[in-house]
Write a protein that binds this ligand. Sequence first.
Ligand SMILES: Cc1cc2nc3c(=O)[nH]c(=O)nc-3n(C[C@H](O)[C@H](O)[C@H](O)COP(=O)(O)OP(=O)(O)OC[C@H]3O[C@@H](n4cnc5c(N)ncnc54)[C@H](O)[C@@H]3O)c2cc1C
Length: 343
Amino acid sequence: DKKSPIPARVGLSLMGWKPKTQAEYALEYLEVDFENAKNAELTPFQGIIEKGKDFFLTDERGMWSIYEELYTSFKDKIKLNTTVTGIKYNSSMVEVTTSDGEVYTADYALCTFSTGVLASDMVTFTPPLPEWKQEAILTMPMAVYTTIYVKFPTKFWDDKEIILYAGPTRQSIAVFQDLQRPGIYPNNSGLLLITVTGDEGRRIEKQSLEDTKAEMFKMLKGVYGPNISEPTDIYSPRWTQNKFVRGCYSEGTVGMTSKTFENLAKNLGNLYFSGEANNEEWYSYMQGAYFTGENQAKSIVKANHCKEKPQNCTVSGTDSFRACSPVVSTTIMSIWLLQMFIG
Ligand SMILES: Cc1cc2nc3c(=O)[nH]c(=O)nc-3n(C[C@H](O)[C@H](O)[C@H](O)COP(=O)(O)OP(=O)(O)OC[C@H]3O[C@@H](n4cnc5c(N)ncnc54)[C@H](O)[C@@H]3O)c2cc1C
């Protein structure tokens, strides 16, 4: 029942799942923490419903190549390496100030900052974001999902897609993914992917990569014995430390309802909002970001059309987007593009 949300722990207990052993907790970790980056006490019950089958995809062109075709038509308008520090908005325009002192004025703006950025004081909104918007932002905080890719000269781990490590404490439970399996990377990648979440991820992201490598090696020796080969390399993004994201993706807290998503997406005058956290069905996921961006772009086109032709403002859907996009593209500023390619 979306109207009276309960923690996953309550829902699971009601369904008869009452873990006692470390192995049972590890299984629960795979279903709850690994997906939601939060334990069953903090995850809303409605958040653990499986949305579809997961696939591990690799593509050497990189994720951004999916969007290449989309952005090439307005490549020249993208401003990189520029940080937004202030946004003034009202019902006729939006003014964006950047850290280099430039001021950009537009009829409309679409803001796609993560809820981590919106909840921080990185950008000053004038007037300040209303309380109902702030509440919605804070209800969908950024989760910590720390991926640690460790490279070894030879594989010593189990020949399984997913290996669950039921460490001595609940904090030490981790998921290992065998990336040397055929079809993932070219032969003999020697890669093991270890994922930790929540507080454990936060702790590890404060370490140097050398310290993380040493800690993972020690932990793996405890699992597979002292004779395993030493790791030769490590890659582990520190998303909590990246001030332009401040976590990995939004995850609802107990108490989120449909209203949360409605309020996140609600425009403030001519300032519109999109991004993964705004999509009730696909929050946390890239398709959530995509769908909300597309929908809000259509809303802006519609609002602009209504302003210019109030007598005929019933356009909707993709047609209106196509009909108006050349005009509107000169007056919409998409704030996220400013930082899109910063590592
Ligand atoms: C480790 C990890 C694993 C993930 N796994 C999956 C997965 O398997 N499947 C899946 O679908 N999704 C996954 N995601 C989530 C997915 O990456 C996000 O949901 C998606 O990228 C969100 O897109 P967005 O446009 O809403 O926000 P973002 O990608 O955060 O875009 C916001 C943009 O705003 C910019 N910005 C922020 N502040 C400022 C500022 N002050 N000035 C200028 N620019 C600014 C940022 O630099 C960024 O480019 C994963 C994420 C992580 C970190």
